[in-house]
Design a protein around this ligand. Structure first.
Ligand SMILES: [Zn+2]
Length: 415
C-alpha cells in the first residue's frame, strides 16, 4: 500500500490553493493546471474544505462534455488581514479577506504625538477600530501588516526614522502591536508595500520583475526580482531617493548632500517654487497660493504648469529631468519589465510622467525594449495599506496554510 508523504501532500494542497487564489476553478481545470489526477484533486479539495480553506462555489457547466462540475474557490474567511499605512500626513487602514476583497477601510490624520509611546497608543486605537468593525469575523484575522513612511527595519519590525512623522525614531511597531493585539505583525517600508499592491492588484499584476517609484514628500522604490520583493542584506534596498545626483547639492534628510530627494520629491518641488516666488518671479502661483509662497504644493505647481505658467513649467521640468535620470539608472541596473510610478506627486499626474519619461528615455540602454513602459499607478491612495494587508495574505498562502494543514494532519494521526 502506498503511504502518502504528508509533506508532499501539503505542498500539493498549497499549490492548488495558489491556483484558486487567481479565481474559481473546476476540478478538471485544477487537474489540468497542476498535473494532478482528478481523483487526487478531489481528495485534496475535501481536506482543504474540511480545514475551512476552500468552498464549493456552486455548480457550473463543464466545457467539453457538458456535465455540471463543481467550482471551487478560496473560502473568504480562510484568512483575513488588516493593513495599516502610516504616512507623513494621513494614516489609512484596510481589512481584506482571503480573496483580496476589501471589508473595511478608513483614514485619519497621522497623529502628532509628543513621544513614541503616545504615537503607538494612538495608532493602536486606530487599528482596533478596524478589528472591531469586522465583528465576529475578527476571529479570522491572521495578521496585521504595517506600512511605514521613512526608513524601516522590516526584520526587527522597527521604524528607524521618518522625517515627516513626529516621534517615529526607533519605534518598536512589531513588539507593541504583537503584545497589544496578539496577532502576527509584518512591518514594511511604504514604497515596498506599494510594490506588493502593484504586483497583486495593479499595473504589475503577474509580473516577476518590475520597479515601483513612489514620489511623495520623499522618494522610495520597491524592487521586485523574480516575483520577490528585494530588501537587500541591510534591508534598505531601493532607496532611490538617496542616490547622489548633484555634488555639493542641498543637504538631505539622510545626512548626505545632493540626493535625488532634494531635487525631485514633492517637498523639493514645493521648496523650489517657494524660493522663486519669494524672489518675486512672475507666476500664476502667486494667486494660487494666495500670495503665501510657504503654502505652495506640488499640485498647485502642476496645475499652473498645465496652463503653461513659465515658472511652474521650469520647476516641474527640472525636477522631472533629475527623476528621469534616476529612473534610467534604476532601469539600466535591474532591467525590469515595467516601471510603475505612484505616490501623492505622481498619482494621476500624466504631465509630470511625460517629463520624467522624456528624460529617462535619453539615458535608457538602447538594447532594452523601446519605448520602455513607464506607467502611472491605477490604485488609489489606500495602495500602501492594501499592500501591507497583502503581505499577511501572501504569508498565509505560503507558510501559514501549510502550518495549519500540518497541525491538522498531526492531530488526525494522534486521534
Ligand atoms: Zn538623502
Amino acid at each position: 500500500m502506498r503511504v502518502a508523504d504528508p509533506e508532499n501532500t501539503i505542498t500539493q494542497q498549497i499549490e492548488l490553493l495558489r491556483l484558486l487564489r487567481e479565481g474559481p476553478r473546476t476540478r478538471r481545470n485544477l487537474s489540468d493546471s497542476s498535473g494532478y489526477s482528478i481523483s487526487l484533486v478531489r481528495q485534496h479539495m475535501q481536506v482543504l474544505e474540511a480545514n475551512g480553506l476552500v468552498v464549493d462555489d456552486g455548480k457550473m457547466t463543464s466545457d467539453t462534455r457538458g456535465r455540471p462540475s463543481t467550482r471551487w474557490s478560496v473560502d473568504p474567511d480562510a484568512c483575513l488581514a488588516v493593513g495599516l499605512d502610516v504616512g507623513g500626513i494621513s494614516m489609512r487602514i484596510v481589512a481584506v479577506d482571503a480573496r483580496g476583497e476589501t471589508l473595511y477601510r478608513s483614514t485619519a490624520p497621522t497623529p502628532i504625538a509628543p513621544t513614541g509611546d503616545d504615537l503607538l497608543r494612538t495608532l493602536g486605537v486606530f487599528v482596533l477600530s478596524a478589528f472591531n468593525a469586522l465583528g465576529t469575523r475578527r476571529a479570522f484575522i491572521r495578521g496585521l501588516g504595517i506600512s511605514f513612511s521613512g526608513f524601516v527595519d522590516a526584520q526587527l519590525g522597527l521604524s528607524l526614522d521618518a522625517a515627516n512623522i513626529v516621534a517615529a525614531q526607533q519605534l518598536p511597531l512589531q513588539t507593541y502591536f504583537h503584545e497589544t493585539i496578539g496577532v502576527p505583525i509584518i512591518v514594511e517600508d511604504s514604497s515596498r508595500a506599494m510594490a506588493i499592491a502593484q504586483m497583486r492588484y495593479g499595473a504589475a499584476r503577474g509580473l516577476q520583475n518590475f520597479i515601483t517609484i513612489n514620489v511623495g514628500a520623499g522618494i522610495g522604490t520597491g524592487v521586485v526580482i523574480n516575483g520577490y520583493l528585494y530588501r537587500g542584506d541591510g534591508g534598505l534596498a531601493g532607496e532611490l531617493g538617496h542616490i547622489p545626483m548633484l555634488p555639493d547639492g542641498a543637504v538631505c534628510r539622510c545626512g548626505s548632500q545632493g540626493c535625488l530627494e532634494t531635487l525631485s520629491s514633492g517637498s523639493a518641488i514645493a521648496a523650489r517654487a517657494q524660493f522663486q516666488l519669494e524672489q518675486s518671479t512672475p507666476s500664476l502661483l502667486h494667486n494660487l497660493c494666495h500670495r503665501r509662497p510657504e503654502t505652495v504644493t506640488t499640485l498647485m505647481v502642476t496645475n499652473a504648469a498645465r496652463v503653461g505658467d513659465k515658472l511652474a513649467v521650469e520647476v516641474l521640468t527640472e525636477a522631472g529631468d533629475w527623476l528621469g535620470m534616476a529612473t534610467a539608472t534604476a532601469i539600466n541596473l535591474y532591467s525590469p519589465r515595467i516601471v510603475v510610478f505612484t505616490g501623492g506627486v505622481m498619482r494621476s499626474n500624466d504631465l509630470f510622467l511625460n517629463i520624467v519619461e522624456d528624460a529617462a528615455r535619453r539615458y535608457i540602454l538602447r538594447q532594452l525594449p523601446q519605448p520602455f513602459p513607464m506607467v502611472l499607478s491605477t490604485l488609489d491612495d489606500y495602495e500602501a495599506a492594501l499592500g501591507a494587508a497583502t503581505l499577511v495574505i501572501d504569508h498565509e498562502f505560503g507558510q501559514g496554510f501549510a502550518q495549519r494543514l500540518a497541525a491538522q494532519s498531526y492531530e488526525l494521526q494522534l486521534s
